[in-house]
Design a protein around this ligand. Structure first.
Ligand code: BG6
Length: 482
């Protein structure tokens, strides 16, 4: 019998919940005076990932060729009350969502905010708070106004910092008594692979890619720091974090060349943005990288002070997979589907989409991050995208999802016992939603099944999956019953 002192526990007040993003759930893409954003012009289907990863996308809608799943998504815009009631039934303490910038500033450069958009989020927050669910809000989650993309070239343009500042100020003030947890940019480091989503540009060509991306990063760091400072002034009791995509990089073997390669990849991909946003300065290792790539970042006087003064309170992270890598690899060795790249890890299974499943990697990640920064962490995304089968009686037996989540929750429990300060866990896509990388509905993450297919058909009816009942018990027992 295990002694009480040996039981691994989650701290009291641990923030259990689920996570989403406006563009992947709301729909209503042209309602309430909303303007178009990047997600609205991204087609569903196989070509989407290729568009996201390569250069030269034109940001136009072409209905003859493509469908646009984000336009209706799962219609949270009209059904939020029903969905929030289901989250409350599971016992959510928090709900992670984002505000669509284009509901508040349809083009992005207006002076006056759109009242209809502001009122929508008032209703959503009020509904959440009615059930005692705290909103966790991402200010920008892959949904930059399209007008800023076309007219200004996205985050490459310094003027966008000012537009973002206005947007952030408006929402921080408006929701100051409703939202206690904020994050600035979703997966800010993800732009190293997909600048379209968070930076609003498709590189001119592969040569210019790094120059453009690092200039845009600088603008985002300044903008993020401005928002952090504003948040602390406007809502002193709030916590505001950065949000990074974390996939630990393992060396394929003990060849020092591969170990060094993994270390350098990890520095650049996993730590570079957090170093700036948590420590308030560019890391030393970046200088050599910029020099070797001939990148010159243009800064304005005072930028580095702003970055220094606007450091975050916590690190939000998404964790889906690890990456195993080596310096020299052949085409055949590459891990198929692992979105962060690398070679196949012989010890790991992969999801239906090729993302390598590695719960121990979550414990490793939390230890690495806490060891480096010593500020609270918040796992704001983690989950299994899988094909679900709707049975004739309306049930969904998603034991594979329960297994995945159970192992990741155990890994967090271990990390807490290791000494990591962990604020909470919001599992990604707590309700089925449109996939970011493929635009599919059939890549399902939810505890709640939504009757909608890849071709747009379906009644949008919601159903509780088996994992719904499992997660409810996890929350009820504060992570003891898994
Ligand atoms: C994260 C994003 O990268 O992963 C989410 O922040 C996204 O927006 C999630 O949906 C899962 O990725 P996908 O491609 O399976 O939807």
């Amino acid at each position: 019998m295990m002694k009480d002192s040996q039981r691994l526990l989650f701290p009291e007040g641990f923030l259990w919940g689920g996570a989403t993003a406006a563009n992947q759930i709301e729909g209503g893409f042209n309602e309430g005076n909303k303007g178009l954003n990047i997600a609205d012009v991204l087609p569903g289907g196989k070509e989407r990932l290729n568009i996201l990863m390569s250069a030269g996308f034109n940001f136009e809608i072409d209905r003859d060729k493509y469908s646009y799943p984000n336009h209706e998504a799962i219609d949270f815009y009209h059904r939020y009350k029903e969905d929030i009631a289901l989250f409350a039934e599971m016992g959510f303490k928090v709900f992670r969502m984002s505000i669509a910038w284009t509901r508040i500033f349809p083009n992005g450069d207006e002076v006056e905010a759109n009242e209809e958009g502001l009122a929508f989020y008032d209703r959503v927050f009020d509904e959440l708070l009615r059930y005692g669910i705290e909103p966790v809000v991402t200010i920008s989650h892959y949904e930059m106004p399209l007008y800023l993309v076309k007219k200004f070239g996205g985050w490459r343009n310094r003027q966008v910092v000012g537009f973002f500042e206005r947007y952030a100020n408006v929402i921080l003030k408006r929701y100051s008594d409703k939202v206690k947890y904020w994050m600035t940019f979703n997966e800010i480091n993800g732009a190293l692979k997909m600048p379209i989503m968070s930076m609003g540009f498709s590189p001119l060509n592969e040569e210019s890619r790094y120059q453009e991306t690092f200039q845009a990063f600088h603008h985002q760091f300044v903008a993020s720091a401005i928002a952090v400072k504003a948040c602390k002034e406007i809502i002193p009791k709030a916590k505001i974090g950065c949000m990074i995509l974390f996939a630990p990089v393992y060396s394929y073997d003990c060849n020092p060349q591969n170990i060094l390669f993994a270390l350098k990849e990890e520095e650049l991909f996993n730590y570079f943005c957090a170093d700036v946003q948590v420590r308030g300065e560019y890391p030393a290792f970046l200088k050599r990288f910029l020099k070797e790539k001939n990148i010159e970042i243009k800064m304005q006087e005072g930028d580095l002070d702003i970055i220094k003064e606007g450091t975050v309170d916590y690190i939000g992270l998404s964790y889906y997979m690890s990456r195993t890598d080596k310096k020299e690899k052949s085409e055949g060795e590459k891990a198929q589907g692992n979105i962060v790249g690398g070679v196949k890890n012989p010890f790991l299974e992969a999801s239906d989409w090729g993302w390598e499943i590695d719960p121990v990697g979550l414990r490793i990640s939390l230890n690495k991050l806490y060891g480096r920064y010593q500020i609270p962490l918040f796992v704001v995304e983690n989950g299994l995208g899988a094909y679900d089968q709707l049975e004739s009686d309306g049930s969904v037996i998603d034991d594979y999802r329960i297994d995945y989540l159970r192992e990741h929750v155990k890994a967090m429990r271990e990390a807490i016992a290791d000494g990591v300060e962990l604020m909470g866990y919001t599992s990604w896509g707590c309700i089925d939603l449109v996939s970011m990388s493929t635009g599919e509905m059939s890549k399902r993450y939810g505890f709640i099944y939504v009757d909608k297919n890849d071709d747009g058909s379906g009644t949008l009816e919601r159903r509780r999956k088996r994992s719904f009942h499992w997660y409810k018990k996890v929350i009820e027992s504060n992570g003891e019953i898994l």
